[in-house]
Design a protein around this ligand. Structure first.
Ligand code: C2E
Ligand code: MG
Ligand code: MG
Ligand code: MG
Length: 278
C-alpha cells in the first residue's frame, strides 16, 4: 500500500522506529544541502481567479526536486523543516524567490505560506519587510497565508506581527479555514484581509444541502467582516457556478489551473511581457 502511494517519495516503508529515524535524518541532511545550493528548491505558482475568470493573484507553492526521491510532498518537507529548525531559512528562501518573481512578472500579487513556527519569531515582520525592501517591490503585492494554528498558538505575538506587516501594506490570508479548532470570536478582531475556505468544504458543496449551507454561511460571515473570500480546490464547473452564485469573489483550483512554473505563468498570462524580456 505504502509502495503504491509513495513511489519515489519518502514513505514509511518499514514499521521500525529505527528506520523512521534514519529516514528523517537523511531527509534533514539532504534539505540542508538543498538550502545551501538552492538548486533543488523551486516555487510553482497557482493562479487565483475572480468568479468571472480574471487572474487576481497567485499562490507560491514549494517544490523540492530531490535528485533521488524526485518530488517530495511539501507538507512532509515543511514538517521536517519545522522539526529540525530549518523552517525560518526555508521561509526566507521562499519569500526572496517570490519577490524575485514579482519583479519579473507583473502578477498583481503573490501569496506565500507561512508556518506557525515562523510566526513565533518576534522578528518575523522585520525579516519579511527587509526581504521585500531588498527587491524594491510594493509590499501590497505580497500576501502571507497563515493557518488557524497560528491564532490558537499565541494570538498575542502573532497578532502584533501581523499588524506590523499589514501596516506596511502586506496582506494577510487565513488559509484552510474551517479545518482548525479555532473559535469564531477571534475573527472579528484579528488582522486579516482574506479567508480561504478549505477544499474539504468545497468538495462537500455538491454532496447535499448541509454542505451548501456551511459554505454560504462562511461567505456571508466573511462579507459581514469585510474580508475577501477565496474558495480553494475548485475542481468542477458545478462547484464554480454554485460558488459564484453564492457571491464568492475568488477561486483557486484545478478547474482553473494547476500550479505553474514561473516561466509558464509568464507565458500564459503575460505573453507580451515575456517577449519583451526574451
Ligand atoms: P495550501 O497552502 O492549502 O495549498 C493548497 C494545496 O492544494 C497545494 O498543495 C495545491 O497544489 C493543492 N491544490 C490546489 N488546487 C487543488 C485542487 O483543485 N484539488 C486538489 N486536490 N488540490 C489542489 P501542495 O502544493 O501539495 O501544498 C500542500 C501544503 O503544503 C500547502 O497547502 C501548504 O500548507 C504547504 N506548503 C506549500 N508550500 C509551502 C511553503 O513555501 N511554506 C510553507 N510553510 N508551507 C507550504
Ligand atoms: Mg496556502
Ligand atoms: Mg490552502
Ligand atoms: Mg489546503
Amino acid at each position: 500500500e505504502a509502495k503504491k502511494r509513495g513511489r519515489g517519495r519518502y514513505q514509511l516503508f518499514s514499521d521500525t522506529m529505527d528506520d523512521i529515524v534514519k529516514q528523517r535524518q537523511s531527509v534533514e541532511a539532504d534539505l540542508r544541502k538543498a538550502l545551501a545550493s538552492g538548486g533543488e528548491l523551486e516555487l510553482v505558482y497557482q493562479p487565483l481567479h475572480s468568479a468571472e475568470g480574471v487572474l487576481t493573484g497567485v499562490e507560491a507553492l514549494l517544490r523540492w526536486n530531490h535528485p533521488v526521491h524526485r518530488s517530495i510532498s511539501p507538507s512532509f518537507l515543511i514538517t521536517i523543516a519545522e522539526e529540525c529548525g530549518l523552517i525560518a531559512q526555508i521561509g526566507d528562501w521562499v519569500l526572496d524567490e517570490a519577490c524575485r518573481t514579482a519583479t519579473r512578472i507583473p502578477v498583481p500579487w503573490i501569496a506565500v505560506n507561512v508556518s506557525p513556527v515562523q510566526l513565533r519569531d518576534r522578528n518575523f515582520a522585520n525579516r519579511c519587510l527587509g526581504i521585500i525592501a531588498q527587491h524594491n517591490i510594493d509590499p501590497r503585492r505580497i500576501q502571507v497565508e497563515i493557518t488557524e494554528a497560528v491564532v490558537i498558538d499565541d494570538p498575542e505575538i502573532a497578532g502584533a506581527t501581523l499588524r506590523q506587516l499589514r501596516a506596511a501594506g502586506v496582506r494577510v490570508a487565513l488559509d484552510d479555514f474551517g479545518t482548525g479548532y479555532s473559535s469564531m470570536s477571534y475573527l472579528r478582531d484579528y488582522p486579516l484581509d482574506r479567508l480561504k475556505i478549505d477544499r474539504f468544504f468545497v468538495q462537500a458543496l455538491c454532496e447535499g444541502e448541509e454542505g451548501r449551507a456551511i459554505v454560504a454561511a462562511v461567505i456571508e460571515m466573511a462579507r459581514a467582516l469585510k474580508l475577501e473570500v477565496t474558495a480553494e480546490g475548485v475542481e468542477t464547473a458545478e462547484q464554480h457556478a454554485m460558488l459564484r452564485d453564492m457571491g464568492c469573489n475568488e477561486m483557486q483550483g484545478y478547474l482553473f489551473s494547476r500550479p505553474l512554473t514561473a516561466a509558464v505563468l509568464a507565458e500564459r498570462f503575460f505573453p507580451t511581457n515575456a517577449e519583451q524580456r526574451a
